[in-house]
Design a protein around this ligand. Structure first.
Ligand code: NIG
Ligand code: FE
Length: 419
């Protein structure tokens, strides 16, 4: 089926060629005013200025006149934990009353609380709730998403979690990447036997995950009270033997050497980064500039907001020449929201990213952080027709400015309207 959108007020992020955007490059958001866009099947076929529209194209079977509205590529959310059981609003109230995220984790709450609920929930139920969350995200404009394991923490339950992600991938139009995060925390039974759990990850979990092709990437929560930089390196190196590239949780709560490790392993992305020292920023800057590290700094502002932590230093990272991506971190403990519109707004409001920078970071750089840049993240012929059609808005900056309002009229994923 071929359709043509006409009279698009602004067609956003149109690129024939695309690369990971670093530093100053993030400011440049190529757009076409008063544009048309042709979709063939599930792909973008052609686009351009209305004045260049040929009479042959005028005759295409379905014309959708979107006068006054904007079209953007769908959000690419490169960091979520959206398969989980239950919720944790009791801890949310504990936090209001003064407990910190680390204190809740230390007393057996947090990730362990979710792991307990996870183990008691069937695969069917987990699939059902995750499916609902995914549907909600597509209505909010997310067209590609990475999902992590990490609430199982036993071989059997980590595999169960990865199988749920696999099923979501098979049944959904959304493009999905899967990440193995067995090293999310030490399960209680291994509290005093870290090496025992690491051995289990390396010798029991990874071989099955690799043979069943259950994950694209490996992740480790590298932080004080969780996994050290040396432990992170050991786990990642073992996973890399199976072709799983690292995408890491680093410097969320403390700076303990995760940046050095991530750069050394050429991690696809280093995520969180709430707690960066000057030295960390210099390392990220230098290695991005000289090409020794080719990954993205993935910032998760809703997680910092929810835990009342300082927001990530986006301005400093961009001004230091780094590639920045934005993601939701959707999970029950630190970001019970997967709304990328809010992530983009918060990045502009609180982290002083320009709207153009935030949109690039949440689309093409997010796609790079999942190695989906050839499929999504820009308006480019041959890429998937994953599109956000806005309501009538006065400008692009109005989207993050008007935070909290739903300015999306409709979303298209792979050429099909989301109901
Ligand atoms: O990205 N910090 C580690 N993992 C998640 C939180 C997981 C949880 O609290 O359930 C995060 O913030
Ligand atoms: Fe996370």
């Amino acid at each position: 089926m071929t359709s043509i959108f006409t009279n698009i007020k602004l067609l956003v992020n149109t690129r024939q060629e695309f690369k990971l955007l670093q530093g100053n490059e993030l400011k440049n958001l190529p757009c076409i005013e008063d544009a048309y866009l042709i979709i063939e099947g599930e792909e973008i076929a052609e686009y351009g200025s209305m004045s260049a529209l040929t009479s042959a194209n005028r005759q295409l079977p379905t014309e959708i006149n979107v006068c006054g509205k904007y079209i953007l590529p769908c959000w690419c959310d490169s960091h979520t934990h959206l398969v989980y059981a239950g919720s944790r609003e009791n801890e949310f109230v504990d936090k209001i009353q003064g407990l910190s995220y680390a204190a809740i984790a230390a007393k057996g709450g947090g990730i362990l609380n979710s792991a307990k609920k996870f183990r008691e929930t069937t695969e069917e139920e987990l699939f059902g709730t995750a499916w609902e969350r995914l549907q909600e995200l597509t209505r909010l404009g997310t067209g590609a998403v990475e999902i992590k394991s990490g609430y199982g923490l036993t071989t059997e339950t980590e595999l169960k979690m990865l199988r749920v992600i696999k099923k979501l991938r098979e049944r959904s139009n959304t493009l999905i990447r899967s990440t193995f995060l067995g090293a999310h925390t030490y399960p209680l039974e291994y509290k005093d036997d870290h090496q025992g759990y690491i051995d289990k990850i390396i010798h029991e979990m990874l071989p099955v995950i690799a043979s069943e092709k259950l994950a694209d990437y490996v992740d480790v929560f590298c932080d004080k009270g969780f996994f050290s930089a040396a432990e992170t390196e050991t786990i990642c190196k073992a996973a890399m033997v199976y072709g799983l590239k690292p995408k890491l949780h680093v410097n969320q709560l403390n700076s303990i050497g995760g940046i050095e490790t991530g750069i050394k392993l050429n991690a696809l992305s280093l995520d969180h980064l709430e707690t960066l020292t000057e030295n960390d920023i210099q390392l990220l800057s230098r290695s991005s500039a000289d090409g020794t590290w080719k990954g993205t700094c993935t910032l998760l502002p809703t997680a910092a907001f929810f835990l009342r932590m300082p927001l990530q230093p986006a301005r400093q990272l961009i001004d230091a020449g780094c590639a920045v991506a934005l993601a939701s971190d959707y999970n029950p403990g630190s970001s019970p929201s997967g709304n990328m519109n809010l992530v983009v707004a918060m990045s502009c409001i609180q982290m002083k990213m320009l709207p153009e920078e935030a949109i690039n970071a949440a689309t093409i750089n997010g796609a790079f952080a999942m190695e989906l840049e050839k499929n999504v993240g820009t308006i480019t012929a041959g890429k998937k027709a994953n599109l956000i059609l806005t309501k009538v808005v006065p400008s692009l900056a109005y989207l993050p400015y008007s935070f909290g309002s739903n300015l999306i009229e409709k979303v298209m994923i792979r050429g099909e309207w989301v109901q």
